[in-house]
Design a protein around this ligand. Structure first.
Ligand code: UDP
Ligand code: MG
Length: 392
């Protein structure tokens, strides 16, 4: 395949042996009607069933089928990130590999994209999943995400989305972040729209997620609010002058850092006040303020280095947060921090244990900022096999 296709379709698949072939046929039929040249990138996320065998057979027959196979299961977000990286089209569409999304909606998504948007999200208005364990948590989570991130999308979790490649390729993705793509895209300045799409019940294979994600998504929301807040101020595209850099450090960035510090310490302050009156409040908020300032200072410095195109000196730390903390520092340190905080409260209101709890929680948040800033350099996935990607 030498010429660049106009449209790239990215499909993460993990143990979907019965689904990939019928899905490809549906995609193929739709792409033929659109008339653009296209490629379909199946990202095999370390499947243990026959998914890869089916895909490699398909890729031999059809040159539009590109297969990226991971060495081991790295998660849906990693699979999407790899797909976006290898995609060559100017427009990209992502969808699930289990036939729950319907390729029939792709032309509608693209039409909307061409109205001048960078990201068009599908909204599974008539969602065909279990009501209590899937739909209710999703409605609540989407409402909160909308309020917290300021991006009021009805269905963040719908994988069927269309993107302008130049924009989505800029968005760093790591550890189960695909549910926050709309919110994260605002960091890259994306214009976002939403349209209603079809949704089918799963016919073959099993869902890979359960109710456990409710708690994890709750932690994510806190982390992403902070990420958006810090990174909404993007490093300048052009090389800033020495004076600009200095003034950035002294004024704009410092202001941001202070705002972020107060954002971080306010909840602790309020909590401290409610729980024990004024005595320990000062200690608690001082600790969180200090941590927040420290973290922000570090991030800021790193961002300035990046703007200077020097290699990030934090990538080692990012490796630690991404690989040693199960890809998501807040999910790792968050629960420990909360536990210590509660324990400190139960244990005769021991402010030191509570302070350590806050510290640990903040460390998790700090980890998220570091991981986000370095996600483009420190990838949490390894490719084992590439099929039909010659020339990439
Ligand atoms: N998936 C993946 N890696 C994983 C889990 C899921 O690539 O570790 C893929 C899966 O094969 C499917 C999509 O991501 O194509 C969505 O997963 P699933 O259908 O299980 O999620 P649900 O629709 O139940 O939210
Ligand atoms: Mg599904």
């Amino acid at each position: 395949m030498d010429e660049r296709p106009m449209l790239s379709i990215v499909v993460p698949v993990y143990n979907e042996e019965e689904n990939v072939r019928p899905l490809f046929e549906k995609i193929q039929a739709v792409c033929e009607t659109i008339g653009d040249t296209y490629e379909v990138l199946f990202v095999d996320d370390g499947s243990s069933d026959a998914t890869f065998a089916v895909l490699s057979e398909l890729s031999k027959r059809v040159r539009q089928v590109v297969v990226i196979r991971f060495k081991e299961n790295a998660g849906q977000t990693a699979a999407m990130a790899a797909g976006f990286e290898f995609a060559r089209g100017e427009r990209i569409v992502s969808m699930d590999g289990d036939l729950q999304n319907d390729p029939i909606d792709v032309p509608k998504l693209l039409e909307k994209l061409d109205e001048g948007y960078d990201l068009v999200c599908g909204w599974r208005k008539e969602r065909q999943d279990k009501f209590l364990t899937r739909r209710v948590p999703s409605i609540v989570a989407n409402w909160i995400i909308g309020k917290v991130t300021g991006v009021p999308i009805h269905d963040n979790g719908c994988s069927l989305k269309a993107y302008r490649a130049s924009v989505i390729k800029q968005v760093p993705l790591y550890g189960e972040m695909h549910r926050f793509i709309p919110a994260m895209s605002t960091v890259a300045g994306a214009r976002i729209a939403e349209i209603v799409v079809t949704h089918h019940p799963r016919r073959f294979g099993q869902s890979k997620y359960g109710l456990g994600r409710v708690w994890r998504v709750a932690l994510d929301i806190i982390a992403f609010k902070l990420i958006i807040f810090v990174f909404a101020l993007r490093p300048e595209i052009q090389e800033p002058s020495r004076w600009q850099r200095l003034s950035n450090v002294l004024f704009r960035r410092k202001q941001k850092a202070l705002q972020a510090a107060s954002f971080l310490s306010l909840p602790f302050f309020v909590l401290g006040r409610v729980l024990f009156g004024s005595a320990n409040t000062a200690a608690l908020s001082c600790i969180s303020l200090a941590i927040a300032l420290l973290a922000l200072g570090w991030i800021t410095e790193n961002k300035i280095r990046q703007a200077n195109q020097e290699l990030s000196d934090l990538s080692k730390l990012a490796r630690f947060f991404i690989f040693r903390c199960n890809r998501r520092p807040i999910r790792f340190f968050g629960p420990v921090g909360i536990l210590l905080f509660i324990l400190g409260g139960v244990l005769s209101l021991n402010p030191i244990v509570m302070g350590i709890g806050i510290l640990v929680f903040c460390f998790g948040l700090f980890g998220e900022l570091i991981a986000f800033a370095n996600a483009k350099h420190v990838k949490d996935w390894t490719v084992e096999t590439l099929l039909n990607t010659d020339g990439l």
